[in-house]
Write a protein that binds this ligand. Structure first.
Ligand SMILES: Cc1cc2nc3c(=O)[nH]c(=O)nc-3n(C[C@H](O)[C@H](O)[C@H](O)COP(=O)(O)O)c2cc1C
Length: 176
């Protein structure tokens, strides 16, 4: 919210003719979705490197009741997660490597988009996939990245890239 107000202020200012100032000061609101059950684990730590010096909100999927695709329970919170994603300009989804792929929590989130969220509904946002494991192999990274980049483009987001280590965190951070 603070970021949104800040952006409105800056946009007004930019409207008065100073595009340079607009570019220099505009802050993008960022949502980090943690798909690990650990709130202080490696996924969160890699996100901290990616988003160092930036303001962002963290949504831990483990705090949400997110049922599997096809399950229908009143207390399901999928709609709340999508609402939060719509509010921000940059969305980062982080996942540990589980069984050579993304975690079930993250996979579940992607599955749940199918149907209730229309193609292009998140257009204009930037999207980053953060993916780390104990001993991941190249093919695992490529496989998960393929799914994530397709997910981003299906819903209209600009896929910025995948972060698997500190070096990539720094490289991608410069693009946000
Ligand atoms: C159920 C489970 C499956 C895992 N499978 C893999 C795997 O296939 N490849 C791998 O490199 N690491 C695997 N790991 C290790 C995690 O990816 C690694 O410990 C990661 O850093 C955990 O992230 P976190 O600290 O954010 O929870 C697995 C861990 C768990 C709990």
């Amino acid at each position: 919210m603070v970021n949104m107000l800040w952006n409105i202020f800056i946009m007004d200012y930019a409207g008065s003719g100073s595009n340079e100032v607009y570019k220099e000061y505009k802050k993008m609101s960022i949502l980090f979705i943690n798909g690990s059950p650990n709130k202080d684990g490696n996924t969160v730590r890699l996100a901290e490197k990616l988003l160092a010096g930036k303001e962002y909100e963290t949504l831990h999927l483990v705090d949400y009741r997110l049922y599997s695709y096809g399950q229908k329970f009143e207390e399901d919170q999928f709609a709340e997660i999508v609402k939060k994603m719509k509010e921000d300009e940059i969305v980062v989804i982080g996942s540990p490597v589980y069984w050579h792929n993304m975690s079930g929590a993250v996979r579940n989130l992607l599955d749940r988009f199918y149907g209730p969220v229309r193609a292009g509904e998140l257009s204009g946002k930037k999207f980053v996939f953060l993916f780390q494991g104990a001993a991941p192999e190249k093919w695992m990274m490529e496989k998960a990245e393929y799914t994530m980049s397709r997910f981003a483009s299906m819903y209209g987001m600009d896929y910025v890239g995948m972060v698997t280590d500190s070096k990539e965190a720094e490289r991608i951070s410069n693009k946000l």
